[in-house]
Design a protein around this ligand. Structure first.
Ligand SMILES: *[C@@H]1O[C@H](CO)[C@@H](O)[C@H](O)[C@H]1NC(C)=O
Length: 184
């Protein structure tokens, strides 16, 4: 029984037990720096870590890559630094511009196997996470969705109630009519 609930818990929380985890989404204002921290399982301590950007073709273009050591590596405005004590590496992108917004990956190179990858969306906008940006889907927060459901519910009720009443009266009228015609 306890084993079953443990298994259920493991299934519910896959992110907590996977070999590489990241923040998913990172927000930063233009001109500032974005910091991305990705955690990996202890056994990948000595593996090379990297940061790449998904291109329009769907490839992941390398931006920075460690050799597996803790030395920081910096290319242009992007740097990466591994920490073997915390089992995490930090990517920093400096002097952000709107064109830096996009989809990236934290990666851990695995010899002879598929690399570990976790997707990170970088959003560049002023005013923090709630500021409007060019991604329409992110503007559909839960409160506006609730409002939409509420409005469509009202429209549904408003439309259906008269229709239902009309149907009931129609059937009743036809019923009376057939009664009257059979009486004649
Ligand atoms: C790793 O993180 C720990 C705790 O913050 C820190 O003491 C240590 O200096 C870091 N190592 C490197 C190489 O940055």
């Amino acid at each position: 029984m306890q084993l079953l609930s443990l298994v259920a818990l493991l299934l519910l929380l896959p992110g907590c037990f996977s070999d590489l985890t990241g923040p998913g989404v990172v927000h930063a204002a233009p001109g500032t720096s974005a910091h991305v921290q990705c955690r990996y399982d202890q056994k990948y301590e000595a593996n090379a870590k990297y940061w790449c950007r998904i291109t329009s073709k769907g490839d992941c273009l390398f931006l920075v890559r460690t050799s597996g050591l803790e030395y920081p590596v910096k290319v242009d405005r992007v740097s990466i630094r591994d920490n073997h004590t915390l089992y995490q590496f930090t990517v920093t992108m400096d002097r952000l511009t709107a064109s830096d917004a996009g989809t990236y990956r934290c990666g851990v190179h695995v010899n002879g196997g598929p690399d570990l990858l976790t997707p990170i969306t970088v959003k560049v906008s002023t005013g923090g996470p709630n500021a409007p940006d060019h991604d329409l889907s992110s503007n559909w927060d839960s409160s506006s969705i609730r409002y939409l459901i509420y409005v469509s519910f009202l429209i549904l009720i408003g439309l259906k109630t008269p229709l239902l009443l009309l149907l009931v009266f129609g059937i009743r009228w036809m019923y009376i009519r057939t009664q009257q015609s059979s009486d004649e």
